[in-house]
Design a protein around this ligand. Structure first.
Ligand code: SER
Length: 316
């Protein structure tokens, strides 16, 4: 039997699917979902749930002790676009929640931690194409600054205190079960919803903005594979680059037009354009490929088919 797992931020875009997948792998009772508010029906009905503020150390510790939690996946965070509007709240949530979990691991109350980083750790001075694992970073967003600081702290806790913390730098994630919230890559999900509902989409990024993206099934598989990997294989304790596909809004619109011939896209770039322009356009993930056999399965065409098929079923 797998020891109990706690997902913090289980109701978000990644947390929902991660919780459901871990429950089918390890048994519903062994995977405790938690969030500041209740989530969608599929998640809430699939197993145990606790209301939990990730920034409250005592509250997190209580849940960890009560369920004898062994592993924590910390998925709660404020994403890039929202964080620009509320810098101090973003810093507080993104950093304090991480310290709470790292400190529980340092005190040996839990044994393993997953914490997501992001392509947002990179900045305008980073090489844009095939961005290497180690390179100039200098993030220029509140979210990116919090993720880069988080990476430094993860590596520090691993080196100084032996904390088994594992992380990937997620690209923009595309999924149909739960909407993303407050990110710069959210257009790549909204576009499918609007294509089916309205036959058109006004994109908040310019048509030629190429960003690294990934279908959620790949992201969940990467996360679980990294957590399953023998500890000695994991050389990077800050966060692994993780590549899936790279495309522009224009290319995404073209792939939708293959299935909805009348689909029309217009462009009205807003403040998120500057954020997107500071991020890589493609990612070199050779370290993840070499050290834990990472390989993505979904390209843009397959993603479009999956998204349209699944959204059609739930929008009926
Ligand atoms: N998808 C995130 C965002 O756009 C990046 O990690 O903020």
């Amino acid at each position: 039997m797998h020891k109990p797992i706690l997902i913090i931020g289980a109701c978000g875009q990644i947390g929902t699917e991660l919780t459901i997948e871990l429950r089918s792998k390890y048994g519903a009772e062994n995977v405790i979902a938690s969030d500041i508010r209740e989530g969608g029906e599929a998640l809430m009905q699939s197993g145990p749930f606790e209301l939990l503020d990730a920034t409250d150390y005592e509250a997190v510790e209580d849940v960890v002790m009560h369920y004898e939690i062994d592993e924590v996946y910390l998925m709660a965070a404020m994403l890039s676009a929202t964080a620009e509007k509320f810098p101090m709240r973003a810093w507080n949530l993104n950093m304090n929640s991480l310290f709470n979990v790292l400190n529980l691991a340092k005190e040996k109350k839990i044994t393993k931690v997953f914490w997501p980083s992001s392509i947002a750790v990179f900045g305008p001075n980073t090489p844009k194409e095939n961005t290497p694992q180690s390179t100039i970073m200098e993030p220029s967003t509140v979210y990116g600054i919090s993720k880069q600081s988080g990476e430094r702290w993860c590596e520090y806790y691993h080196k100084k205190y032996g904390v088994d913390v594992r992380s990937v730098r997620y690209p923009g994630l595309i999924s149909w079960k739960t909407m993303p919230g407050g990110g710069t890559t959210d257009y790549a999900v909204e576009i499918y919803h609007e294509a089916l509902k309205k036959g058109g989409y006004e994109c908040f990024l310019d048509g030629n903005t190429q960003l690294p993206m990934m279908y959620m099934d790949d992201a969940i598989r990467a996360t679980i594979n990294l957590m399953d990997c023998p500890t000695e294989n994991i050389k990077v304790r800050s966060s692994y680059n993780l590549g899936g596909m790279s495309f522009t809004p224009k290319q995404m619109a073209d792939s939708i037009t293959q299935h909805i011939p009348d689909f029309e896209i217009t462009y009205a770039p807003d403040f998120r354009q500057e954020i997107a322009d500071s991020w890589p356009s493609s990612i070199d993930d050779s370290a993840a490929r070499e050290e834990w056999d990472w390989e993505p399965r979904f390209n843009l065409e397959q993603t479009t088919i999956e998204m349209l098929d699944n959204l059609k079923t739930i929008q009926k």
